[in-house]
Design a protein around this ligand. Structure first.
Ligand code: OAD
Length: 242
């Protein structure tokens, strides 16, 4: 577990940082009751990503893919942001235009908490995209009809999520690169650090001379590279940084 000295050090670094960029992963939402992907109770222990989170899986069996997303939407709608999400909102309010949040989470909990300066680089489970006309819209209907279709052109809708084998959106990549190059403190919270490009962001931040702090229950492939690695729950540790 993180020691008091480590927490004081992290807090001092944050207090003196000019530009802060934060990367979050499933671990921050785990404290709200949203399942992570890897680890003992992770979704990828029970389900195969190849069957549910690839463009090929959707082409093969859109019904199965939508049923899975519908189930996750039903689960996530019962969850609320926790103190770690709330602290990042406070960080944004204090640092204003000198803070940027990058999240891999699709649950929308950062937005619900009130974060506005963020890139949801893997998409958002509350958005759908038309496979015909490409229009993206917010959709909070639960359950969604299976199969859901576009109001405009009647083609099949898909979740607005970046699946395995798909590239991140150009605009998000550009914004992340900008935020990584601008920051002097990079805070990485609750990600296993194995899915690229996000897994490479700590190295980019180090290259530009930023100090990197990691908060995670366990060690990750990035733990040796970071300047300070705090072990513990996001909901307990993140609020202590401010
Ligand atoms: P993972 O499930 O791979 O990793 C979750 C990380 O959070 C692990 O390192 C845990 O040790 C840590 N963790 C768990 N509970 C925690 C807590 N309470 N406090 C702090 N840390 C905790 O999730 P991600 O790294 O986010 O892609 O996964 C990356 C991507 O892989 C996801 O965005 C998803 C998945 O396939 C898409 O949805 C497109």
């Amino acid at each position: 577990m993180a020691t008091d000295d480590q927490i004081i050090l992290a807090r001092t670094h944050l207090a003196s940082a000019r530009n802060v960029t934060v990367l979050t992963g499933a671990g921050i939402s785990a404290d709200s009751g949203v399942p992570t992907f890897r680890g003992a109770d992770g979704l990828w222990r029970t389900y195969r990503a190849e069957d549910l989170a690839t463009p090929e899986a959707f082409a093969r069996d859109p019904r199965l893919v939508w049923e899975w997303y519908n189930w996750r939407r039903e689960l996530i709608t019962t969850k609320s942001p926790n103190p770690a999400h709330d602290t990042l909102v406070e960080l944004e309010q204090r640092w204003t235009d000198r803070m940027w949040l990058i999240t891999q989470n699709v649950d929308g909990l950062h937005r619900t908490a009130g974060s506005q300066r963020l890139s949801e680089i893997h998409g958002n489970i509350w958005k759908v995209r038309c496979t015909g006309c490409g229009v993206i819209s917010e959709n909070r209907e639960i359950p969604l009809p299976i199969l859901p279709t576009c109001r405009l052109c009647h083609a099949l809708l898909r979740p607005h999520i970046v699946w395995f084998g798909e590239s991140l959106w150009e605009e998000d990549l550009r914004r992340c690169d900008e935020a990584l190059r601008a920051c002097d403190l990079f805070l990485v919270i609750g990600t296993s650090g194995v899915v690229y490009p996000a897994a490479g962001f700590a190295s980019v931040a180090k290259e530009v001379g930023a100090l990197v702090i990691e908060i995670n229950l366990e060690s990750t492939p990035q733990s040796n590279l970071v300047d300070l690695s705090l072990r513990g729950r996001a909901k307990d540790l993140v609020p202590l940084l401010l």
